[in-house]
Design a protein around this ligand. Structure first.
Ligand code: 8Y7
Length: 262
């Protein structure tokens, strides 16, 4: 899954892709680089970020989605927590809803079901504004699995088929480094306890800084190591900024994983 930001304040793209044409051009480049899905977002969810209005988010993402649905052959995902944006995106031809809020907004599950969306339910402790202030868990693996199971059950009840539901432990969303490492080391366990395929987002995240002490523009090698590890631990999808490098790293790791033993 390639990340397409339409946010002027996105921390990792420095706001270069906030204009419509730039976002579309960037998205098409990510497809050439090997992206199987594009994730279009209009609200920064970095720690401490302010939220944007419905109108502002619509203006950012909907024209980009419309252009990409017309120009691209891969499914388009909308990265939003707002029901209005979900609905507009699906009406514009998006196939998937990626919600860092785990479809907790009133009406979100129903909107996804009505539009036959594929959904990614992500776990987040608290809200982007405050989530990194002393996150605490009884048992991070059990707590995250429990939340995902609850939201997955709501989706199933609303008629979304199991195969269209993806889970995500939400790396960096209300988690310490130790929480993130434990979750990444337990992808297979979370997958089997929820019954869903897993999506993992680690690209350029601050946990790499916490391990290696690297600024955001020097986290590619760390991102690739974590992405390969996530796939080896059972992740089905990885959400990345650097599509070509991630594609190559993962394809090579997969070639070894699928080889026979002599
Ligand atoms: C994730 C995500 C972000 C993630 C899913 C960033 C929108 C922060 N991270 N969605 N979104 N999983 N499903 O660093 O880990 O890209 S935004």
């Amino acid at each position: 899954m390639g990340v397409v930001n339409t946010t002027p304040d996105s921390f990792s793209d420095g706001g270069h892709y906030h204009r419509h044409e730039d976002a579309v051009r960037h998205a098409l480049k990510l497809i050439e680089e090997g992206a199987d899905i594009l994730d279009i977002g209009g609200e920064s969810t970095r720690p401490g970020a302010d939220s944007v209005s419905i109108d502002e988010e619509m203006e950012r993402v909907i024209p980009v989605i419309e252009s990409l649905v017309a120009a691209a052959e891969v499914p388009i995902s909308v990265d939003t927590s707002k029901v209005e944006v979900m609905r507009a995106a699906m009406q514009s031809g998006a196939a998937m809803i990626n919600d860092v809020n785990g479809l907790r907004a009133p009406g979100a599950v129903a909107a996804a079901a009505e539009h036959n969306a594929v959904v990614c339910i992500m776990h987040m402790l608290g809200e982007p504004k405050t989530m990194q202030a002393q996150p605490q868990y009884e048992d991070v693996i059990a707590d995250v699995s429990h939340f995902l199971t609850q939201q997955i059950d709501a989706c199933l009840e609303a008629g979304i088929p199991q195969r269209d539901i993806i889970g995500d432990p939400g790396i960096g969303f209300g988690k310490t480094l130790e929480h993130n490492l434990a979750l990444l080391n337990s992808i297979a366990k979370i997958r089997s306890s929820t019954g869903c395929e897993m999506l993992i987002g680690v690209s350029r995240k601050s946990m790499i800084d916490a391990i290696l002490n690297r600024p955001v523009d020097e986290r590619l090698a760390g991102s690739l190591g974590l992405a390969v590890q996530a796939v080896m631990n059972g992740a089905k999808l990885v959400r990345v900024h650097d599509v070509r490098a991630s594609h190559d790293a993962i394809r090579c790791a997969e070639a070894v994983m699928s080889a026979s033993n002599y």
